[in-house]
Design a protein around this ligand. Structure first.
Ligand SMILES: Cc1cc2nc3c(=O)[nH]c(=O)nc-3n(C[C@H](O)[C@H](O)[C@H](O)COP(=O)(O)OP(=O)(O)OC[C@H]3O[C@@H](n4cnc5c(N)ncnc54)[C@H](O)[C@@H]3O)c2cc1C
Length: 260
């Protein structure tokens, strides 16, 4: 089984600052780490390849300084790693990000399965996995905690809001992995050292034969208009009078404030 593992570089929370003018994260000054949820996705992919004598290709869309994180992914069991990096990718929202990952799947595949983390630490939309499936017209299953491979199909136990359910997925497909559903292995020092002097292969927009208008800001239908820390102010208002009048006043206030 050939599995693509999608790994996102995220800023280490303590090192990140927001640009007050553009409202975007000042990523250049932040230290990058592997998105914590993606460690579980990578481990799930590596276990599945071990059970099926397959191969894991890890891909990451990110800036050039994210490359060492892919060496870490190699040390944790990925067979091949690729950084998807190009100035044209800057400002990508989830649609443009998932488009680049889909182009990588076409360029580096064929893949039987794509494994994503459940959600990123910084963007936190959980949209990229399902959107990637949509670009490829593949089925997707989210919040997966157990995987069994049987006769060309995956039998998946997934979490739901109510509990758990077992579903089968005909391949090729995309899954997102529930954090804490496995124990990611520590990086192998031997594998890490074997890459010490090597460059991580980088693919650009041109290498992916990506359509320029689908990339970065121009390929992103959403815009960040503002970023702020919400403040909560407690306010009290007392309504007095006979109960019928109080109810009337209350309904009027709630309507005025658009709450009912
Ligand atoms: C208008 C707008 C502008 C933005 N501008 C920028 C910008 O200039 N620079 C910037 O860095 N971000 C920018 N972002 C954030 C960026 O869109 C998201 O970080 C990105 O699309 C992924 O979404 P997410 O973080 O919600 O991932 P989720 O959907 O929460 O991630 C789920 C999983 O998808 C996979 N995944 C997600 N992203 C990647 C990736 N890059 N590579 C590989 N796998 C991945 C991982 O497996 C991850 O666990 C912008 C967002 C918006 C809306």
């Amino acid at each position: 089984m050939h599995i693509m593992a999608c790994l996102k570089p995220v800023p280490e929370p303590d090192t990140v600052k927001v640009d007050p003018e553009t409202h975007t994260l000042k990523r250049e000054s932040a230290k990058l780490i592997l998105n914590p949820a993606d460690r579980f996705a990578l481990e799930a992919a590596v276990r599945l390849k071990e059970n099926t004598r397959g191969k894991v290709t890890a891909v990451m869309m990110g800036p050039p300084n994210a490359a060492p994180l892919l060496k870490e992914a190699f040390a944790c069991g990925a067979d091949e790693v690729f950084l998807l990096s190009d100035r044209a990718f800057a400002g990508a929202d989830t649609l443009a990000t998932s488009y680049v990952l889909a182009k990588a799947a076409e360029r580096l595949g064929p893949f039987d399965l794509i494994v994503c983390g459940k959600v990123s630490l910084d963007g936190e939309t959980a949209q990229v996995g399902p959107e990637l499936a949509a670009w490829l017209s593949w089925p997707s299953v989210i919040w997966v905690k157990e995987i069994t491979y049987k006769d060309g199909q995956l039998v998946l136990t997934r979490l739901t809001d109510e509990g758990e359910e077992v579903v089968s997925l005909t391949l090729p497909g995309v899954i997102t992995i529930e954090p804490e559903s496995n124990e990611p292995r520590p990086p192998s020092l031997k594998r890490l050292l074997s890459l010490a002097e090597k460059e991580v292969p980088t693919l650009t927009a041109e290498d992916l034969a990506a359509e320029p208008e689908r990339l970065g800001l121009s390929g992103s239908p959403t815009r960040v208009l503002d970023v702020f820390t919400p403040t909560y102010e407690g306010k009290k208002e007392y309504l007095s009078g006979p109960p019928e009048e109080v109810v009337e006043q209350l309904v009027k206030i709630l309507k005025e404030r658009g709450l009912i």
